[in-house]
Design a protein around this ligand. Structure first.
Ligand code: PGA
Length: 251
C-alpha cells in the first residue's frame, strides 16, 4: 500500500512577514520530488502570504497551527475553522503538545476542534505523544492509545480518512533528542493497529502517520524509511530553507 509521503513544517511562533514570505517562496519554488507533499504550518497572520507564495506550485499546501472548537462568536483573539475554510487553508495542526501543555488542551477538546475543522473541510493534522516520565516507565503505548481513544477514534470512517496523524514524543520536541527509527516505528505500528481495529485494514493503510520531534537533515532518512512512518512534522529544522529542503529530499 503506498501512502502519501509528507514533509510538514511547523513554524510555531517564529518568523516575521518578510521572513515568512521568503521562506515560503524558496520552498515553493524548489524542484521538490513529485511524490512528496509539502505542508507549511505557518503563523495565522502569515497564512495569506504563504498561500500567495505556494498557490502556483504543485504538492505544497499551507496549514494553520490551531483553530477554535466553536463555529463563531464572542471569542476574542480566536480563529475559527470557517475562517480558515474561507481562505482555502486546507490543513490545521491540532493537539500539538505545546497547546496541550500551555493552553490546557485535552483530547476531548481536541476532538471538538477536529470535528469543527472537518465540518469546514479543513483537514486536521492530529498530534499525539507521551512525556518523558511516561516513556521512562514504559507506558508510552498505553498513553498514546488512550489519547487516540479519547479523540480521533471517535470519528466516523469518512472523517478519519481526512486526518493526518503526527506522533510527537514530548521529550523529543525541540530537545535535539530524537526517537530512534525503531522507537518511531514501534509507536507508528501501534497507532496503525488501533486504526485497523476500529476502521479495518484498508482504512488503516491509507492514513498517513508522521513522526515529529527533532527531525533534522541528518536523521530524516533513517526515520522516514521505517515501514509505518510516512513523513515528518518538523519544527526547528523547518525554519531554515536549506535544512527543510534536505528533509523533503530524504524520502
Ligand atoms: P522540533 O519540533 O522539530 O523542533 O522538535 C517538532 C514539533 O513540535 O512539531
Amino acid at each position: 500500500m503506498s501512502r502519501m509521503k509528507i514533509a510538514a513544517g511547523n513554524w510555531k511562533m517564529n518568523t516575521n512577514l518578510e521572513e515568512a514570505s521568503q521562506l515560503a517562496n524558496i520552498i515553493a519554488a524548489y524542484q521538490r520530488p513529485d511524490d512528496v507533499v509539502t505542508i507549511l504550518g505557518v503563523p495565522a497572520v502569515f497564512l495569506a502570504e504563504a498561500q500567495k507564495s505556494s498557490k502556483n506550485y504543485s504538492n505544497i499546501y499551507i496549514a494553520a497551527q490551531n483553530c477554535h472548537q466553536k463555529e463563531s462568536g464572542a471569542y476574542t483573539g480566536e480563529i475559527s475553522a470557517a475562517m480558515l475554510a474561507s481562505m482555502e487553508v486546507p490543513y490545521v495542526i491540532l493537539g500539538h503538545s505545546e497547546r496541550r501543555a500551555y493552553c490546557n488542551e485535552d483530547d476531548a477538546l481536541i476532538l471538538e476542534k477536529c470535528l469543527m475543522a472537518l465540518k469546514h473541510n479543513v483537514k486536521p493534522i492530529y498530534c499525539c505523544g507521551e512525556p518523558l516520565e511516561i516513556r521512562d516507565s514504559n507506558n508510552h503505548i498505553k498513553h498514546v492509545s488512550q489519547q487516540l481513544e479519547d479523540s480521533i477514534l471517535n470519528l466516523s470512517l469518512e472523517q478519519i480518512l481526512q486526518i493526518i496523524i503526527a506522533y510527537e514524543p514530548v521529550w523529543a520536541i525541540g530537545t535535539g533528542r530524537t526517537a530512534t527509527p525503531e522507537q518511531a516505528q514501534e509507536m507508528h505500528q501501534e497507532i496503525r493497529k488501533k486504526l485497523k481495529e476500529r476502521y479495518g485494514e484498508d482504512v488503516a493503510d491509507r492514513i498517513p502517520i508522521l513522526y515529529g520531534g527533532s527531525v533534522k537533515p541528518k536523521n530524516a532518512e533513517a526515520i522516514f524509511s521505517q515501514k509505518d512512518v510516512d513523513g515528518g512534522l518538523v519544527g526547528g529544522a523547518s525554519l531554515k530553507a536549506d535544512s527543510f529542503l534536505k528533509i523533503i529530499d530524504s524520502f
